[in-house]
Write a new protein. Structure first.
Length: 327
C-alpha cells in the first residue's frame, strides 16, 4: 500500500514538472513570436517600398546634393526608398563599381550620371537585361539601353553661353579663354560644341584656348591664370563647370583686375557673391533638384506602365547682378 502511495506521488510530481515545462515552452514561444512578428512586418514594409539607387559623380558635391534632395522629395511622395552613393572624389571607375554593386543588390531602379565609356554602357545593358530600369541625369549615355535622360540640354546651354558674350558686348570682338570640367565628360563636350557653334558665326570673336579644370576650384584658378599669361589678347573667360567661375575670378584678381569679363556656370554661393561684387558678369544656372525629382517621377511612371519619353530636359536660366541684388 505504501509503495503504491509513493508511486502515485511520484507520477503526480512528474506530471507537475511536465506541465510546468510545457507552460514555460508555450510562454517562451509566445515571447519569441512577439519579437519576430514586428521584424517580419518591418521587412515586409521595407520590401513593399521600391529600392532606388542614385549614383552621383562626387558624394558631397553641392550640385549632386541638390539632385539628391529632389530625388528624396519624389521618393517620399511615391513611397520609395532612395539610396544615395558616390565616390568621395570624382572617379569614373568608382562610379562603375557602385553601378555593379547596385545591379548585384537587385535594386528596383538606378539613377546615375552617364560616364561615356563602353563599360558603362555594358553595365546599363546588364541592368536592363535583369529588368532594372536606368535613368541618366546631368550627362546622358547615348547608345546605351538607359530608359531615359533627365537634365540640361547641354548643347543648348553652350549656345546660350555664346549668345551671352556675343549679344552682351557691343563690340562683339576679342579672344576667349575657355575652361571645361573635363574634356572627356559628354556634358562638357556638348556645352563646348554648342558654344563654339555660336562663336563661329561672329567674325570678331575667337577662342584662344580650351583647358580642363578637373572640376577643381584650385585647378580652375591655376589654368585660367596660365591662359591669361600666355594669351594677353584674352578679354573673356568662360567656365562650363560649377567651380570654374570662382576659380577664374581668383586668377583675374591676381593677374588682370577688371580687365577680363567672366561668364560662369551654376549658382554656388561664391559664384553669386562674385556676381554681386561685379567679378563675374553672369552665370547659366541649371536645376539639379528638378533633375532628381523628375528622374524618380519617371521611374514611378514606368512602374505603373506609363509611356516614358526618351529625353526630359530641365530648364536653365541666366543670373546677373540684377537677379542677385533682387530681394
Amino acid at each position: 500500500m505504501a509503495n503504491r502511495k509513493r508511486w502515485n506521488i511520484g507520477v503526480l510530481l512528474l506530471l507537475i514538472v511536465f506541465v510546468y515545462v510545457l507552460v514555460q515552452f508555450y510562454l517562451s514561444t509566445g515571447r519569441i513570436r512577439g519579437l519576430v512578428t514586428p521584424l517580419e512586418a518591418g521587412v515586409q514594409d521595407k520590401d513593399a517600398r521600391l529600392q532606388i539607387a542614385l549614383i552621383s559623380q562626387e558624394l558631397d558635391n553641392p550640385f549632386w546634393r541638390s539632385v539628391e534632395q529632389g530625388a528624396l522629395e519624389a521618393a517620399g511622395q511615391f513611397h520609395m526608398e532612395l539610396q544615395y552613393m558616390g565616390p568621395f572624389r570624382i572617379n569614373a571607375e568608382e562610379q562603375m563599381k557602385l553601378l555593379e554593386k547596385a545591379i548585384a543588390s537587385k535594386m528596383d531602379g538606378i539613377i546615375l550620371q552617364g560616364i561615356g565609356s563602353e563599360q558603362d554602357r555594358q553595365l546599363i545593358e546588364k541592368a536592363n537585361a535583369l529588368g532594372i530600369p536606368v535613368i541618366t541625369v546631368d550627362t546622358d549615355e547615348p547608345g546605351s539601353k538607359r530608359l531615359a535622360y533627365v537634365g540640361t540640354n547641354n548643347t543648348h546651354a553652350g549656345e546660350e553661353m555664346g549668345r551671352l558674350i556675343a549679344e552682351g558686348n557691343k563690340e562683339t570682338s576679342g579672344a576667349i579663354g575657355v575652361l571645361v570640367g573635363s574634356k572627356e565628360a559628354a556634358n562638357q563636350r556638348l556645352r563646348l560644341e554648342g558654344f563654339q557653334s555660336v562663336i563661329a558665326t561672329y567674325k570678331g570673336l575667337s577662342i584662344a584656348e580650351v583647358r580642363s579644370s578637373n572640376i577643381s576650384r584650385l585647378q580652375a584658378a591655376q589654368q585660367a591664370e596660365q591662359m591669361l599669361k600666355e594669351h594677353p589678347e584674352i578679354i573673356y573667360l568662360v567656365g562650363f563647370s560649377s567651380l570654374d567661375g570662382i576659380g577664374m575670378a581668383e586668377a583675374v584678381a591676381r593677374t588682370r583686375p577688371g580687365g577680363v569679363k567672366i561668364y560662369a556656370f551654376d549658382n554656388l554661393e561664391d559664384t553669386l557673391a562674385a556676381i554681386g561684387n561685379k567679378e563675374i558678369v553672369s552665370s547659366i544656372v541649371q536645376k539639379p533638384s528638378q533633375m532628381g525629382y523628375k528622374a524618380v517621377a519617371i521611374l514611378n511612371d514606368y512602374f505603373h506602365g506609363q509611356p516614358i519619353p526618351s529625353e526630359q530636359y530641365t530648364p536653365i536660366s541666366v543670373i546677373t547682378e540684377k537677379e542677385v541684388a533682387a530681394p
